[in-house]
Design a protein around this ligand. Structure first.
Ligand code: SF4
Ligand code: MG
Length: 335
């Protein structure tokens, strides 16, 4: 598929009193047109920082120190603000975790969606309001003709998130970046929103980058996955690669800590022991080695990104050195 977004060796640090926090140390991945890519990892793994860097939203004390970000081949780094205004919210849209911070409390929902449509699509006032009603209906909000005149506080959290999705999609973006869009919501509403995303996805070619700490969410919605840890990509592959041909010990840990549907495996839930490394002056070597059950001598050196199995499935782990294979195969060989 044609590459829509490519991120190569992205590095982002935050300058703090305690030193340079290397939040994103080396992140590379690509998103093809129409892909749904999940970026998964624990909090502090650098997922949101990566998303913000793509959107040019890193502000001091944060700084993008290196790397390339390309959208349809055009470099986004150092793009003038004027160009960004044409891209952001238009060709690249973003949905954040807390819609309350992105909605204006004193403007009606309809007015706010209409604003986006007027600004980006050049619709007149009436046409824009009419289209906002359509958008609300499309994201599953009942009685949209009445709802369109209400204010954000009259909407529930789940409904506000639907509004954010409606606003983000109102301009038919080529890329939608959604940062934990369901995290603040209860499980039922979460499931409904994910169904909505999947549905909307089938109706358009908008590519989605979905950021989440939840592999279960990824399994539901995504076609491809990037697993992040300590500011680095540990594994990248299709959903099937990640779930059935796991390459990285950290991914394996995440899978084991995932509640199984039906609860059959509930008693075998194994949280990953320990905590992620400090990213101020991080130790050299594999960032996962303090928590990795298979760590060996070589892990004191930073592992290379190795082809795990087939096309585009890669893992950052010394165990996979010397030929394509899954983690299970590598462990079996080692006995
Ligand atoms: Fe574990 Fe070593 Fe692989 Fe890191 S490189 S994940 S420590 S086996
Ligand atoms: Mg985050």
């Amino acid at each position: 598929t044609e590459q829509l977004l490519t991120v190569d060796n992205l590095r982002v640090s935050f300058h703090t009193r305690a030193g340079e926090n290397q939040a994103v140390r080396s992140v590379s991945f690509r998103v093809g047109a129409g892909d749904t890519l999940g970026i998964v990892g624990e909090s502090g793994s650098g997922k949101s920082v990566t998303a913000k860097a793509i959107m040019d939203l890193i502000a001091a004390p944060g700084e993008v120190l290196g790397g390339e970000i390309r959208f349809r081949g055009e470099s986004l780094r150092g793009l003038p603000q004027k160009k960004w205004r044409q891209l952001r919210g238009n060709r690249i849209a973003m949905v954040f975790q807390d819609p309350m911070t992105s909605l204006n409390p004193v403007k009606t929902i309809g007015y706010q969606i209409a604003e986006v449509l007027r600004r980006h699509k050049g619709l007149g006032k009436e046409a824009a309001l009419k289209e906002s009603v359509n958008m609300l209906r499309k994201v599953g909000i009942n009685e949209p003709e009445r709802r369109v005149h209400q204010y954000p506080h009259e909407f529930s959290g789940g409904m506000r998130q639907r509004v954010m999705i409606a606003m983000a999609l109102s301009c038919d973006p080529e890329l939608l970046i959604a940062d934990e869009p369901t995290t603040a919501l209860d499980v039922t509403i979460q499931a409904q929103l994910l169904d909505l995303l999947t549905q909307l996805k089938q109706q358009s070619d908008t590519a989605i980058v979905l950021i989440t700490h939840d592999l279960g969410v990824v399994a539901k919605v995504c076609t491809r996955v990037v697993v992040m840890y300590a500011g680095m990509v540990m594994e990248e592959g299709t959903v099937e690669d990640i779930f059935y041909r796991t390459g990285h010990p950290y991914t394996q840990g995440l899978l084991r800590s995932l509640p199984q549907r039906g609860g059959a495996n509930r008693e075998r839930l194994v949280p990953i022991e320990g905590s992620p490394p400090d990213l101020i002056d991080p130790e050299p070597g594999c960032p996962f080695r303090e928590r990795c059950p298979y760590a060996f001598e070589k892990c004191g050196e930073l592992p290379p990104m190795l082809e795990t199995e087939g096309d585009g499935h890669r893992s950052l782990c010394w165990l996979l050195e010397g030929g394509k294979r899954t983690l299970a195969q590598a462990l079996e060989e080692r006995g």
